[in-house]
Design a protein around this ligand. Structure first.
Ligand code: CPZ
Length: 369
């Protein structure tokens, strides 16, 4: 993959594959992400259907087609503003994140799968707390697998199976139970907003699910990177703040994102028509030799580190501060307790967009200090 990216950056940085325009250079990727007027996120027609939705004319549809991920301003800003303060660093449940981390780690010893025993439950337990829902890790993980891969995709028709219907009825039940009540959690905030019922369900499901897979992958990828590139002693000494940024750059949980052109545009020497799909290769931008010195080396204290792993511009990941907090605490607490002696087994998840491990078994020794 990274050899292909390097070749494309050099030989064909704006490449049409018959369906989609692919961008590989940092400068081009960043330009597209920062220009929401010409490069739209309205991939599912949410902005166009808004009046229909709000007037109750759309009753049966797929709620996850209607989230801020696939919307343009002013709708996007209205949606984002509804919950944005909860994700700002000063309002995050820092103590709870540490509490859950310490509890999960206290149950581990010798040899274990860090994905199943640590990187999956941590983000699920934290977002459950913020939403005020009971934290059934297995159920939420199942739903995350079902939905995460389809979020932000224009090209895939949903098949609504039994599990998806269960997810919708769970979200309806949680939302209904908070209507007209005092707002004490994020679910209450959504339930008592001006959105239509379908949009509320989409919003709730987005918050419950979007950060799970991605944060699991961030933690898993960082554990692998820190092991392969001997970063653990650095983390024990200096903390994980910068090393997490380098893991984000080097092994991004989301490899690419997509926009649609609102008008005819020119990128480098290529003319792209209105209504064309543009694929932004985050993972390639993060290795662009014009921006990052020695891009294929993992440098834990790399400064500055302007990676695009959380995007850029108005859609810059809302959950980024939470993901950073969870990853930093998870990796610092892990480093305090364990020395990774060996990665015993690893299996990548099978997906083109999401990058991480389904299984990452490590053998560890306890750190005595
Ligand atoms: C992005 C892309 C896909 C799934 C999930 C996400 C995401 C962004 N932030 C959280 N989750 Cl395909």
């Amino acid at each position: 993959m990274y050899d292909w990216f390097k070749q494309m950056r050099k030989e064909s940085p704006v490449y049409y594959d018959g369906k989609v325009w692919n961008l590989f250079k940092y400068e081009d990727c960043k330009m597209v992400l920062n220009d929401h007027k010409r490069f739209s996120s309205n991939l599912t027609g949410y902005n166009d259907k808004l009046e229909m939705l709000r007037s109750g004319k759309v009753s049966f549809d797929i709620p996850t087609r209607y989230t801020m991920l696939t919307s343009d301003p002013p709708l996007h800003d209205e949606l984002r503003n509804l919950t944005s303060d909860a994700f700002n660093p000063s309002n995050l449940p820092v103590d709870f994140v540490r509490e859950v981390t310490v509890k999960l780690l206290s149950e581990l010893d010798k040899e274990f799968d860090v994905i199943e025993s640590f990187a999956i439950p941590l983000p699920i337990l934290v977002i459950s707390k913020m939403l005020g829902i009971s934290s059934d890790v297995k159920k939420v993980k199942d739903w995350s697998d079902l939905v995460a891969l389809r979020l932000g995709r224009a090209d895939e028709i949903f098949s609504i199976g039994r599990k998806y219907l269960e997810l919708i009825s769970f979200s309806k039940k949680e939302l209904d139970s908070r209507k007209g009540k005092e707002i004490v959690d994020l679910t209450g905030r959504i339930a008592n907003s001006n959105l239509s019922e379908l949009e509320k369900e989409g919003y709730f499901i987005l918050l419950m699910i979007a950060g799970n897979e991605t944060t699991t992958n961030l933690i898993g990828n960082a554990i692998e990177d820190f092991t392969l590139y001997n970063t653990w002693d650095y983390v024990r000494e200096k903390g994980a703040l910068k090393a997490v940024e380098e893991a984000l750059r080097f092994s991004p949980p989301v490899m690419r994102t997509i926009r649609v052109t609102k008008e005819k545009v020119k990128i480098r020497d290529q003319v792209i028509d209105e209504g064309e799909l543009v694929r932004v290769w985050i993972a390639s931008a993060n290795r662009d030799e014009e921006v990052f010195k020695d891009p294929d080396s993992f440098i834990p204290d790399r400064t500055p580190n302007p990676h695009l792993s959380f995007g850029s511009g108005i859609h810059l990941c809302l959950g980024a501060p939470l993901a950073r907090l969870e990853a930093r605490i998870a990796l610092e607490e892990f480093a305090k307790r364990f020395r990774v002696k060996e990665i015993v087994k690893k299996e990548k998840i099978d997906n083109e967009v999401l990058n991480g491990y389904r299984k990452l078994v490590v053998r560890v020794e306890k750190v005595y200090s």
